[in-house]
Every structure is written in structure tokens, then in C-alpha cells.
Write a protein that binds this ligand. Structure first.
Ligand code: ZN
Length: 400
């Protein structure tokens, strides 16, 4: 008996009324799945009963949510608190040009409803945090991590291990992507591979270093594939394996991974048994050497503008990359990219006052920390970076 006929038989005899069924529209919609032995009616019903939470609906979250929606995953949750920006459109294909300025959640929900109205879309307008992560993730079968920062990546990893939920991981940078499946029952977690985050500033984010717009399409599609395989229970999941994709050479490599018995979160004697402060863990907040908090060293763009107009002797130090400096700059600023700063400190001797800025304030906070450790106790961080300068002082400059 074919799967289809079996379905009609179930319906005809009313077998197991609580079990989800497919209506005729759904049968037509999913027909290319239904005729595959690996999926079939059973697999499609598993997809319909399943729920997946996408952390972030940006570059990776776009293909993940769209393909899972099209594939018929019954309940898709999306967590995001951002607004669609022009600079997103090069890769975040769930959003369109008319969506610029809208919330990413609204834009993504509309797109998913258009792709497949049979799917329930749940939007969570929050920044994922230690306070809300466990409660939020607990409601879903599979978690897909589409974040681009270390605090959230470690937070998602630890929450998945604590809850026993599979974490479908992906990350992207320039021309290189990575994917794996973490935190399954017997498989490793992200911390088995990277117990500690890299020092702040060592690994730039996509906002800082750029990313090929197509790259999240490749990696996100791998994540969506793995999520579907986990739900249906077919094939070999990307567990104990770490996939590296090099788009420039068009090569896939695979590293073998092993669960680390010493892992601080999924090991035999874990030291992390609840969620922690991940900003602090990743060295993004904290104190400089003289016990002054980093936040206390912030200054605002309005304050900087007043000082420049008043001809104050203040060095405006730009720690972005030369390519970014070419796009826009604060008049009179000096460029020393963050990575070059340790070797070029001598150039800063003699400046009484220094305001450090980058694009949005993260790299410059790292630079201010570094400068204070090197004895430049006068360095301040421009809150919001050049983006805040453009918003509040000079909207004629291009944003990127
Ligand atoms: Zn682990």
C-alpha cells in the first residue's frame, strides 16, 4: 500500500485522531517529499509535529526559516529584536527592499506565511539572555543557531546542553563557513571544541570583517538540512563532525570531533551547570586595569562634536579597517586598525585626550581596554561608533 493510500485509510477509519494528518492541499504541497522512501508520509507528519527555534533571522536564519517553512515544519519560532537595514539585504534574503525599517520578525513572518500558510510562525521580540534562554528554548525540539557573536553562541550552546536539545550550529565569515550539530545525547558540544571564547578583538564579526552574501545561503541550507534529518531521523547527522566550507577554493573539509570528558558544560564533571554572564565570559564587558568599568569610559557623539567645534585638543582615533575608513570618516580622525594598535602605541604618545571609535562601539571598547592597560588613562570610547555619529551629527555620510 502506498503512503498516500495509507493516509487515506487512516482518515477513513479515523485512526488516532490526535495524530496530525495532511489535508489534500498539504499532500499536493509536499508530494516530492511524500514519494521519497526516506521521508514519506511518516516523515512528513514528523515534520508537521515538529518545532524548530531559529536564533536570529539574519544571514543564516533567512534560508533556515524559509526552507524549514517550505518543508512543512509545523511550528517555527524566530528570535530577533533587530530592524531590517539596507546593509542586510545583500545576504538576508528573507527580507526585501520594502521591508527596510520594519522589524525583522514582522518581515520574516510575512515571508514565511507567504511561502507556507500551513506553518505556525512564533515571533519572540527579545534579545536572548541568560534570563530568558532556558524558558524559550525549552518549547522547541531543535535549536538552530544563526547568531554572529560569541556571547550568544556560548549562551545557546550551554542552554542546549542543559535542556538536552540539539543545537544546529553554523557560522560565517568572509568566504568561509562552518557547520556542525552539537549537544545531541552522545555528541560533543561547542565547548568540547572551544572551551573558552577567543580574546576580544581576535576574531572580527561579519559586521567588522565582511561576508560574501551567498555564504550564509550555503551554510544556512546545511543547517536546515540537518534540522530536517534530525526531525525525520534519517541519514547521518553532522554529529561528531565539523564541516568547513571554503567558498574561494570551493572545497568542503570535515574535522572529526569527539565529546570531551573534561568539557566544562557537557563533560563528566561539568563546572557550568547554569547559564552565566556571557558578555563578561567573552570579555566584552568588564573593567580596565584601574578597576574603572568600561561603561564609565564612554563618551557620546554630541559631546565629541562640542569638543571638536570648541577646538579642544582631542585625538579622534578610528580603529576600523582601511576599507571602512574609505567609506566614511569623522573629520580629522586618525586611522589605526585595532589589530595594528599594539604595535603602534608610540604614535599616540603625547596626546592628552583621546576618543576612540569604530563602526558601532565594540572594537573601540576593546581598544580602550587595551589603551588603558598600556597606560593611556585618557582614552574614551565613542558610544555607538560612527553609526551614532551619522545618525545624530552628520546624516549626509553613507552608512554601511
Ligand atoms: Zn561539551
Amino acid at each position: 500500500m502506498t503512503q498516500l493510500a495509507l493516509c487515506h485509510l487512516w482518515r477513513a477509519v479515523g485512526v488516532n485522531e490526535t495524530k496530525p494528518e495532511l489535508n489534500n492541499d498539504e499532500i499536493a504541497r509536499y508530494s516530492r517529499h511524500l514519494i521519497m522512501p526516506e521521508v514519506g508520509m511518516d516523515g512528513q507528519l514528523k515534520l508537521k509535529s515538529a518545532s524548530v527555534l531559529c536564533i536570529g533571522v539574519g544571514g543564516l536564519g533567512s534560508p533556515v526559516a524559509m526552507y524549514l517553512g517550505a518543508a512543512g515544519v509545523g511550528r517555527i519560532g524566530i528570535v530577533d529584536f533587530d530592524v531590517v537595514d539596507y546593509s542586510n539585504l545583500q545576504r538576508q534574503v528573507i527580507h526585501g527592499t520594502p521591508d527596510v525599517g520594519r522589524s525583522k520578525l514582522d518581515s520574516a513572518r510575512d515571508r514565511l506565511n507567504a511561502i507556507n500558510p500551513e506553518v505556525t510562525v512564533e515571533t519572540h521580540d527579545v534579545a536572548l539572555s541568560s534570563e530568558n534562554a532556558l524558558e524559550l528554548l525549552a518549547n522547541y525540539d531543535v535549536i538552530v543557531d544563526g547568531t554572529d557573536n560569541f556571547p550568544t553562541r556560548y549562551l545557546v550552546n550551554d542552554a542546549c546542553v542543559i535542556l538536552g536539545k540539539p543545537n544546529v550550529y553554523g557560522s560565517i565569515f568572509r568566504f568561509e563557513g562552518q557547520a556542525s550539530v552539537f549537544a545531541t545525547k552522545d555528541g560533543p558540544c561547542y565547548r568540547c571544541l572551544y572551551p573558552e571564547p577567543p580574546p576580544p578583538g581576535l576574531v572580527p564579526s561579519c559586521a567588522e570583517g565582511g561576508v560574501l552574501g551567498i555564504l550564509p545561503g550555503v551554510i544556512g541550507t546545511i543547517q536546515a538540512t540537518e534540522a530536517v534529518k534530525l526531525i525525520i531521523g534519517v541519514g547521518e547527522p553532522l554529529v561528531n563532525r565539523f564541516m568547513i566550507y571554503d567558498a574561494l577554493r570551493m572545497k568542503f573539509r570535515e574535522l572529526k570531533l569527539r565529546k570531551d570528558p573534561e568539557c566544562p558544560v557537557c563533560g563528566e564533571t561539568p563546572t557550568v551547570t547554569e547559564l552565566i554572564d556571557y558578555e563578561q565570559f567573552c570579555g566584552i564587558t568588564g573593567t580596565v586595569t584601574d578597576n574603572v568599568s568600561l561603561e564609565a569610559l564612554d563618551t557620546t557623539v554630541k559631546d565629541l562634536k562640542t569638543r571638536i567645534d570648541g577646538k579642544d585638543e582631542v585625538l579622534v582615533l578610528d580603529v576600523r579597517e582601511p576599507q571602512e575608513f574609505q567609506i566614511c570618516r569623522i573629520p580629522g580622525s586618525t586611522l589605526i586598525p585595532l589589530n595594528d594598535l599594539p604595535q603602534r602605541l608610540a604614535e599616540l604618545e603625547g596626546y592628552k585626550d583621546m576618543v576612540v571609535h569604530c563602526k558601532s562601539g565594540v572594537r573601540s571598547a576593546k581598544a580602550v581596554k587595551l589603551l588603558h592597560e598600556a597606560g593611556f588613562s585618557n582614552a574614551k570610547n565613542l558610544r555607538g561608533g560612527i553609526l551614532a555619529w551619522i545618525d545624530e551629527i552628520d546624516p549626509s555620510l553613507p552608512k554601511y
